[in-house]
Design a protein around this ligand. Structure first.
Ligand SMILES: *[C@@H]1O[C@H](CO)[C@@H](O)[C@H](O)[C@H]1NC(C)=O
Ligand SMILES: *[C@@H]1O[C@H](CO)[C@@H](O)[C@H](O)[C@H]1NC(C)=O
Ligand SMILES: *[C@@H]1O[C@H](CO)[C@@H](O)[C@H](O)[C@H]1NC(C)=O
Ligand SMILES: *[C@@H]1O[C@H](CO)[C@@H](O)[C@H](O)[C@H]1NC(C)=O
Ligand SMILES: *[C@@H]1O[C@H](CO)[C@@H](O)[C@H](O)[C@H]1NC(C)=O
Ligand SMILES: *[C@@H]1O[C@H](CO)[C@@H](O)[C@H](O)[C@H]1NC(C)=O
Ligand SMILES: *[C@@H]1O[C@H](CO)[C@@H](O)[C@H](O)[C@H]1NC(C)=O
Ligand SMILES: *[C@@H]1O[C@H](CO)[C@@H](O)[C@H](O)[C@H]1NC(C)=O
Ligand SMILES: *[C@@H]1O[C@H](CO)[C@@H](O)[C@H](O)[C@H]1NC(C)=O
Length: 355
C-alpha cells in the first residue's frame, strides 16, 4: 500500500504545470447571441453541492437562509450560498430558461418543473460528508422517482441537460476528519470513479447531455489560505491535488464519451476560469481577490452567525470588488466574472449540445 501511494505521489507531482483540461484559448469567435440558443422545451437537472444549490438546505439549520446571504439578490436570504446568484443561475440563463426550482420547493410552485429541477444540496458530496443532506446518489434517486411517476416523458428527457458540481466537500470532509495529504490520491481515485458512475447513471435515465464542473483551485479558497498565508496566496499543494482530480475526471469523461459514440458528457473547466479571474487577467478585476467579503468577527464565528440576535460577522463595503463572499463561495460578481471567463468554452459547449 505504501508503495502504491508513493507512486501516486510521484505521479501527481509530475503533473504540476500540465494543462489538465482542454483549453479554450483557440476559440476567437464571440457570437454572443449564440450563447442564448433557445433549446425548445429543454430542462435542466442539477446535482451536487453549494456551488449550484439554489435553496435546498433546511431553512432552520443552514446559514444560507440567514442574513447576510442573498443581500444582493434577491435582497434577502433565499438559500443560495452567496450574496446573490450562483453558477446555476448563469448556466440556466445561457440555455434560455429560468433557473430550475429547488427540489424542496416543488410543492409551492409545481408549474416550474417544466424548466427542470435543482436537486443540489450545499455541503454534500459524491460520498457522505459532514452534511446529513442527501448525497449525490440520493439526489439522482429523486430524479429517477419523478421519471418513474411519469412526470417527465422520454421526449422531455431527450432535450434535457444535467449540471453536476461535486467532490469538493468529499475532500474537505476527509481533511476535517484528520485524513492525511498522503491518503488523498487514493480517495481522489474512488471519488472520481463514483462520480463517473453517477454521470453514467444520469445519462442512462434518459438525460441527453451531462455537464460536470471540474474542480476550482480549492487551494485559493479563504478557508484554506486563512490559516497559512492570511489569505495572501494559494496553497499549491492543495491545488496539485485538485489538478489530479481534474485529470482523472477528464480521463473518465473521455472514456464515457467513447462508450456513447459522441459528446454526451462535457466538462466545464472551472479551474482555469477561476485562475484567470483570481490573477486579474479576466475582464472584471477584484481589489484583493483572495480576501472574503463576509467574515466572522473573530475565529469563533463565520459569515451568517448570530449570538442572542447580535450579528457576529462583518460585510465588506464594496461587494462588487470582492471575489469571495464567505470562506468558500464566490460573490455574485465573482460568479459573473467566472462566467465571462468561460464564455468561449461555453460557446463550444452549447453549440454541441443537443446535436
Ligand atoms: C416546442 O415543443 C412543443 C412541444 O413540447 C411544440 O409544440 C412546439 O412546436 C415546439 N416549438 C419549436 C419551435 O420547435
Ligand atoms: C448515499 O447516502 C445513502 C443514504 O444515507 C447511503 O446508503 C449511501 O451509501 C450513500 N452513497 C454513497 C456513494 O456514499
Ligand atoms: C431523441 O432525439 C434524437 C435526435 O436528437 C432522436 O434520434 C431520438 O429518436 C429521440 N428519442 C426519443 C425517445 O424521443
Ligand atoms: C483532529 O485533530 C484535532 C487536533 O489534533 C483534534 O482536536 C480533533 O478532535 C480531531 N478530529 C477528529 C475528527 O478526529
Ligand atoms: C496547504 O494545505 C495543507 C492541507 O490543509 C497543509 O497541510 C499545508 O501545510 C498547507 N501548505 C502551506 C504552504 O500552507
Ligand atoms: C457506436 O457506433 C457503432 C458504429 O456506428 C455502433 O455499432 C454502436 O452500437 C454505437 N454504440 C452506442 C453506445 O451507441
Ligand atoms: C496565475 O498565477 C499563478 C501564480 O501566481 C500561475 O501559476 C498561473 O499560471 C497563473 N495563471 C494564469 C491563467 O495566468
Ligand atoms: C470571540 O468573541 C466572543 C464574543 O465577543 C468571545 O466570547 C470569544 O472568546 C472570542 N473568541 C476568540 C477566539 O477570540
Ligand atoms: C473581454 O471583453 C472583450 C470585449 O467585450 C471580449 O472580446 C473578450 O472575449 C472578453 N474576455 C473574456 C475573458 O471574457
Amino acid at each position: 500500500m505504501a508503495k502504491e501511494i508513493f507512486h501516486l505521489l510521484l505521479f501527481f507531482f509530475l503533473l504540476t504545470g500540465i494543462q489538465v483540461v482542454e483549453s479554450s484559448s483557440h476559440n476567437h469567435h464571440h457570437h454572443r447571441h449564440r450563447y442564448h440558443i433557445k433549446l425548445n422545451s429543454s430542462k435542466l437537472f442539477v446535482f451536487g453541492d453549494s456551488y449550484v444549490d439554489t435553496g435546498n438546505n433546511p431553512v432552520s439549520e443552514s446559514r444560507s437562509w440567514h442574513k447576510p446571504y442573498g443581500l444582493t439578490f434577491p435582497g434577502k436570504p433565499a438559500g443560495r450560498w452567496s450574496d446573490g446568484r450562483v453558477f446555476t443561475d448563469y448556466f440556466a440563463s445561457v440555455i434560455g430558461i429560468k433557473s430550475p426550482i429547488p427540489y424542496k420547493w416543488i410543492k409551492v410552485k409545481p408549474e416550474l418543473i417544466k424548466y427542470g429541477i435543482n436537486f443540489a444540496y450545499g455541503g454534500t458530496g459524491v460520498f457522505d460528508t459532514l452534511s446529513t443532506d442527501p448525497n449525490m446518489t440520493i439526489q439522482i434517486n429523486f430524479l429517477q422517482n419523478f421519471i418513474q411517476e411519469g412526470v417527465y416523458s422520454n421526449l422531455d428527457l431527450n432535450s434535457s441537460i444535467a449540471l453536476v458540481s461535486a467532490a469538493g466537500n468529499d475532500y474537505s470532509a476527509y481533511l476535517s476528519r484528520n485524513g492525511t495529504l498522503e491518503g488523498l490520491p487514493a480517495l481522489i481515485i474512488s471519488v472520481v470513479n463514483q462520480l463517473a458512475s453517477n454521470l453514467k447513471r444520469i445519462h442512462s435515465l434518459g438525460v441527453k447531455n451531462v455537464v460536470v464542473n471540474g474542480l476550482q483551485p480549492i487551494g485559493c479558497a479563504p478557508y484554506i489560505t486563512a490559516s497559512s498565508s492570511s489569505r495572501q496566496k494559494c496553497n499549491e499543494t492543495v491545488n496539485i491535488l485538485v489538478k489530479l482530480h481534474n485529470l482523472l475526471l477528464n480521463q473518465a469523461v473521455n472514456k464515457l464519451n467513447s462508450e456513447t459514440n459522441g459528446s454526451t458528457y462535457k466538462i466545464i473547466n472551472l479551474y482555469s476560469a477561476f485562475t484567470t479571474v483570481l490573477n486579474n487577467t479576466g475582464n472584471q478585476t477584484f481589489t484583493n481577490p483572495l480576501q472574503q467579503c463576509c467574515k466572522g468577527k473573530n475565529s469563533t464565528y463565520t459569515c451568517g452567525n448570530t449570538e442572542n440576535g447580535v450579528e457576529m460577522y462583518t460585510v465588506c463595503e464594496n461587494r462588487e470588488a470582492a471575489f469571495f463572499w464567505d470562506d468558500v463561495h464566490p460573490t455574485q460578481q465573482g460568479w459573473s466574472a467566472v462566467f465571462s471567463a468561460l464564455q468561449a468554452s461555453l460557446h463550444q459547449l452549447y453549440s454541441s449540445l443537443m446535436h
